[in-house]
Design a protein around this ligand. Structure first.
Ligand code: ADP
Ligand code: MG
Length: 464
């Protein structure tokens, strides 16, 4: 018997990686896995291994949530559950857990009437591909023309041209989408395909080393027609993995198997990656993904809306595309939030609703949080000059403001302790660690300080 709690915890972790954070919070978090059971078909003779069917029952808090989740994330959830349970044949039922009666105080009804549950089935897929990403739902603009064209060619004849294909670009610009589109197309041609994140590659390698299963590890990767690694930048600094990857790469490459890599930087810029790997990556074709222009952003929104059955008026799409010019993921997040809100209020997705939502939810939240911005905001709040914040003076109020600013830097930026030290007048990293601990401990026990930090954080992030 499988433990529903732990199966669901693991599936949730997988889903969190595959979904936009807002969507995850809005739609996946409220779900629970009520039951998961393994059955063997009885009609099949006992001496033959019969297929293992897994039945899972997912419970949503209400009908609206159940329908939405089932329609939009049913496949994704099924594939996460399939990955976690290792089942050959998985059937998921979506149910409504609590209805009006239980809201009125009666005992919680744990399973809804039969007619409210529907079944979902997924095909076996151990290539880690996300089936929702295809070429047909990838919108082409100037920003991604080349990347899209060469991806298509690679998908049509893997291993023949453009090997390795190296796609690079900032976050949320479609790298993962394109790499999956290539994989899905290759898979439809009967190729054996595997998509791994750098993280997964590292984890599998460590597991193989620990359990003396290196042969198996090697064979798994080397038996592929197409190997795809998403976000290779995370291999930086992991020497043992790089070495293993180098051998895998060479082996596949020499046998004319296709390799596709995505990264947030060009190969030349991946410092911390072995020179010989960088040279290999640079030897294939590099294609970049840029931020889409206004027209492409509108087209992407309309495409997303169409795919999700959302009625999105043109003027609303234009408003969103105008306000959000950072990346496609943000754009999509805003669309989903709007849609959830309009469904909740049972009102159409109007320009009015969109502008209120944009005002309240996305003020300037897309401005970049820099250490300088943090220093400026904190110094204003505590009436201390930025010069003093970075200087040598240690009077109580200055030291306090400095500690708070360091603490917030650590929370809101990706700076390391030594980097923060350097940004605050060349201080040692141990000073920053100390400052962080002091503020953390104090704010845990002091509500005023905790509120102060929350206010500062909001101000820094949103400008309000
Ligand atoms: P990255 O891997 O570069 O961070 P993703 O591929 O995850 O970005 O893209 C983020 C979201 O934006 C995905 O939902 C993806 O489908 C969407 N997206 C990005 N570019 C496009 C595009 N050109 N057309 C349609 N959707 C896109
Ligand atoms: Mg990605």
């Amino acid at each position: 018997m499988l433990d529903a709690g732990s199966v669901w915890d693991k599936s949730v972790a997988v889903l969190k990686q595959r979904l936009d954070p807002q969507i995850f919070a809005a739609w996946i978090k409220p779900l629970s896995l009520e039951k998961v059971s393994l059955t063997r078909s009885t009609e099949i003779r006992r001496d033959i291994q019969s297929p293992r069917r897994t039945e899972a029952e997912l419970v949503a808090p209400n009908k609206f949530c159940r329908d939405h989740v089932e329609r939009h994330y049913g496949n994704l959830i099924s594939s996460a559950l399939t990955d976690v349970t290792g089942s050959d044949d998985l059937v998921v039922k979506f149910k409504v857990g609590a209805d009006l009666v239980s809201n009125l105080g009666s005992p919680r009804i744990s399973s809804a009437p039969k007619r409210q549950s529907r079944s979902y089935r997924v095909l076996e897929n151990n290539s880690n591909l996300n089936e929702k990403y295809n070429f047909s739902n990838f919108v082409v603009g100037k920003c991604n023309q080349l990347a899209r064209a060469v991806s298509q060619q690679v998908a049509e004849s893997p291993g023949t041209r453009y090997n390795p294909l190296f796609l690079y670009g900032g976050v949320g610009l479609g790298k993962t989408h394109l790499i999956n589109a290539i994989g899905n197309a290759c898979r439809r041609r009967g190729k054996s395909v595997l998509l791994v994140s750098s993280e997964l590659f590292v984890n599998e390698l460590i597991a193989a080393l620990r359990t003396n299963k290196m042969e198996k590890f090697k064979n798994k990767f080397r038996s592929l027609d197409v190997l795809m690694i998403d976000d290779i930048q995370f291999l930086v600094g992991k020497e043992r993995t790089q070495e293993e990857f180098f051998h895998t790469f060479n082996d596949l490459y020499h046998r004319r198997k296709q390799i596709v890599i995505t990264s947030d930087k060009l190969p030349q810029e991946l410092t911390g990656l072995e020179e010989r790997l960088r040279t290999r990556f640079a030897s294939g074709l590099n294609a970049d993904l840029q931020v889409p222009d206004f027209e492409t952003r509108v087209a992407i929104l309309l495409k997303k809306a169409e795919g999700a059955d959302i009625v999105l008026p043109d003027e609303v799409a234009r408003l969103l595309a105008e306000k959000i010019d950072t990346n496609v993921r943000e754009l999509e997040g805003a669309l989903n939030r709007l849609q959830a809100l309009s469904a909740l209020h049972n009102s159409p997705l109007s320009l009015d609703l969109a502008s209120t939502v944009l005002d309240t939810f996305l003020p300037n939240s897309y401005r970049e949080v820099t250490p300088e911005l943090i220093q400026r905001t904190v110094s204003e709040r505590y009436n201390v000059s930025v010069k003093d914040l970075l200087g040598k003076r240690r009077t109580q109020n200055i030291a306090f403001a400095r500690h708070v600013a360091m603490f917030i830097c650590r929370n809101l930026t990706s700076c390391s302790y030594p980097e923060i030290g350097a940004l605050f007048g060349g201080r040692d990293h141990s000073t920053v660690i100390h400052a962080y601990r002091v503020i953390k401990e104090r704010s845990d026990g002091d509500e005023n300080l905790a509120q102060d930090i929350a206010d500062l954080t909001r101000k820094i992030e949103t400008g309000k």
